[in-house]
Design a binder for this molecule. Structure first.
Ligand code: PDD
Length: 278
């Protein structure tokens, strides 16, 4: 039995009830987080729940819990479900009300649901790398919000999968922004390049860990927009996310990156990242 969290109640998934009028269902009107569990413990929980509250604030949604309370909920789900390696998913919607675009009245409370699930680390992808496909970034201009509204991401990921690729790389006005569910990094002449944390990308927690590791280990970083042409000429490429960690990219649109194998700087970052998780 998997224990879920539903607005203060911990219970079996089958007994959970969410209204057909939920605004998450109608409009994708809500926000979410994915927090990794390593060795039975939450990884970078404070950063995730800080961003969760920030995302909620950006869509003018008041959440009834603090960072500490969300952390306790996530911990309890991980422990009660016996999760050693996996993740906690948590989402909040603006609640249930008859379908109207404008916000419902004050009496409507957010719907918060969460669960913890076993999810092993994708070790072979982390070691061998993945292929990616570039695609137009057709999303809205508030990609900094971790919104439930993921249609642009869903369509891009499916396009990548159908091309035999693990991830889609968004390109907006000739600039590489991020992946459909990850951040993008390139290495050229030993310097790391990644899109700055603007409204055009989600400022990933894994991205922030990587930038901190670069500072600690004296790897030069340029947080500057780079073009698709520059992306295609990088010596190394990798993507980051909570579940993918640091995954090397070994081909873009069918063309090999560098020698077509994970690069030296990427492997070094993977090594020091590994030290942060155990
Ligand atoms: N996705 N950019 C986008 C669009 C994302 O959806 C994600 C994460 C990231 C990386 O963020 P982080 O390092 O904080 O996980 C970047 C999650 C994992 C998901 O939707 O499942």
């Amino acid at each position: 039995m998997t224990i879920y969290f539903n607005n203060g109640v911990y219970a079996d998934k089958e007994t959970m009830k969410v209204s057909i009028d939920d605004r998450g269902y109608y409009f994708g009107d809500g926000v979410y987080e994915v927090v990794k569990v390593y060795d039975g413990k939450l990884y970078t929980a404070e950063e995730h729940f800080t961003r969760f509250l920030q995302s909620a604030k950006k869509i003018r949604l008041d959440l009834p819990y603090t960072i500490e309370e969300f952390t306790e909920i996530a911990k309890k789900l991980a422990v009660d479900n016996g999760i050693v390696e996996g993740h906690v998913y948590i989402q909040a919607t603006r609640g249930a009300a008859p379908r109207m675009h404008n916000f419902p009245g004050e009496d409507v409370v957010p719907m918060i649901t969460a669960y913890a699930i076993h999810n092993p680390r994708p070790l072979s992808k982390i070691k061998e790398g993945v292929a990616v496909k570039t695609t137009d970034d057709i999303r809205w201009l508030r990609c900094d919000i971790k919104s439930l509204n993921l249609l642009g991401n869903v369509l891009a990921k499916q396009e990548a999968y159908e091309a035999g690729c693990a991830e889609a790389v968004f390109v907006r006005d000739g600039i590489v922004t991020e992946g459909s569910s990850s951040n993008m990094f390139g290495v050229k002449d030993g310097i790391l390049y990644t899109h700055p944390a603007t409204n055009l990308i989600l400022n990933g927690i894994t991205r922030r860990v990587v930038l901190k590791l670069c500072a600690k280990h004296s790897i030069g970083v340029m947080e500057e927009p780079f073009t698709l042409e520059q992306f295609n000429e990088m010596d190394e490429l990798f993507l980051t996310s909570t579940t993918s960690e640091i995954t090397p990219i070994v081909s873009v649109d069918g063309k090999p990156v560098g020698e077509g194998v994970p690069g030296r700087v990427t492997e070094r970052l993977q090594q020091v990242f590994e030290e942060t998780i155990h």
